[in-house]
Ligand binder design. Structure first.
Ligand code: PLP
Length: 305
């Protein structure tokens, strides 16, 4: 069993999430069969893919024989990852130290206000210091200072993330030729690729400027480097200027998508995903009759003002 049902119950997670047909009035939509995997519905706070990536680490940490007592992780002031992880830690009474890029004292974001509400104190660091988050020497120092704390990388993207993503993949009961998901720190896409079937094609939509860099992040997370993974690629034409950057067409698209489908999207991740899909479908990117599944990875809290 991948994830303990007990943990899912304590956290009130609605799993498995729905995998349902989606038929917005887009040009060319009749050429394909579009479905959406509603990981955004797993929980109002523990956002879809962030839960998937945290499932195994949380299970390991809360195991009664675990020597570990707390968690340290990293993110920005609007981070879905810190938000999801903060809530999990609050619910499970696990001490948590979020290391946050930039100083938000006196101007907390809604995300940081939630953390404070849950009695979690963010550790604000400068942008320069934040760059050390992957540095081995720095991480060794942290582990020495906090010996019983697990250090989880930014976005939760690490090897353990693949387990929870594999659980998501086993929930896809009907056939998919293409699986499409947004990409930022790479764990979500790597998990999908690692668990995909050989005939499937996996497409990542880059939400930030990272041609080459994002492919490398994903490659590094894939098990058995160099082995035969299914076909995958990352498309770099849909970031709208970079991470958390937006454009008037993207904002318009998000509004009309929400009105038409009643499915919430935000411009940082899911908006870019569906914007890209609409464009790809209109260009006949997918073969006639293709079964295409979009993964709605959640993350709606980051759009709060
Ligand atoms: C973090 C996040 C992503 C990106 O996933 P990665 O595994 O970091 O590539 C996509 N969608 C949402 C809603 C997220 O919060």
């Amino acid at each position: 069993m991948l994830v303990s049902p007990a943990l899912e119950k304590v956290l009130s997670l609605a799993l498995p999430s729905p995998h349902i047909a989606l038929s917005p009035r887009w040009q060319g939509i009749e050429q394909i069969q579009l479905k959406i995997k509603r990981d955004d519905t797993i929980h109002p706070i523990i956002s879809g893919n962030k839960w998937r990536k945290l499932a195994l680490p949380m299970q390991q940490l809360t195991h009664e024989h675990s020597p570990m007592r707390g968690i340290i992780s990293f993110g920005g002031g609007y981070s879905n990852h810190l938000h999801a992880l903060g809530y999990c830690c609050h619910q499970l009474q696990v001490p948590f130290i979020p290391i946050v890029r930039g100083n938000y004292t006196q101007r907390e974001t809604p995300m940081l206000k939630d953390l404070l509400e849950w009695n979690i104190n963010p550790l604000y660091v400068t942008k320069i210091d934040y760059q050390k988050r992957h540095d081995q020497h720095f991480l060794d120092g942290l582990r020495k200072q906090y010996p019983h704390y697990v250090v989880i990388p930014e976005g939760g993207s690490q090897e353990q993330a693949l387990y929870g993503m594999a659980a998501m993949m086993t929930e896809l009961k009907s056939a998919c030729d293409y699986i499409v998901a947004p990409v930022a720190s790479g764990g979500t896409l790597a998990g999908i690729i690692a668990a995909a079937k050989p005939h499937q094609t996996i497409i990542g939509i880059a939400v930030l400027k990272g041609q080459g860099y994002l492919e490398e992040l994903v490659e590094n997370l894939l098990p058995n480097r160099g082995s035969n993974h299914p076909k995958w690629c990352i498309l770099h034409d849909y970031h709208h200027g970079g991470y958390a950057k937006s454009s008037p067409p993207l904002i318009d698209f998000c509004q009309s998508f929400i009105e038409e489908t009643n499915i919430a999207v935000e411009p940082v991740y899911s908006g870019k995903l569906f914007f890209a899909l609409q464009d790809l479908i209109s260009q006949r990117y997918f073969h006639q009759g293709a079964k295409v599944t979009a993964i709605h990875t959640g993350g709606l809290q980051s759009a709060r003002q």
